[in-house]
Write a new protein. Structure first.
Length: 82
């Protein structure tokens, strides 16, 4: 078996951590906990996707996902003020 490069190992570890975060966010108890704080799990998952895309070098997708999430969060904050 060929040794895994440091870059491949780090990428794999980050993917694993982001996957674990997604799994945790999808858990009903986590959803309820964060909902109490006004956190929308769908937006949190979109942010995770954006971070994953950015770390994988897909800046266009990262910009879209992160931008969409930021816009939606700002819109919800403004709506809550009204």
């Amino acid at each position: 078996m060929a040794p895994v490069s440091t870059s491949a190992r780090i990428t794999s570890e980050v993917d694993d951590v982001l996957g674990e975060l997604e799994t945790l966010l999808k858990h009903p108890e986590a959803g309820a906990t964060f909902a109490e704080r006004g956190v929308n799990i769908s937006l949190a998952l979109l942010l995770v996707d954006g971070v994953r895309a950015y770390l994988n070098g897909d800046r266009a997708r990262a910009a879209e996902d992160l931008g969409d999430a930021a816009h939606e969060i700002a819109s919800r904050m403004n709506a809550a003020k009204d």
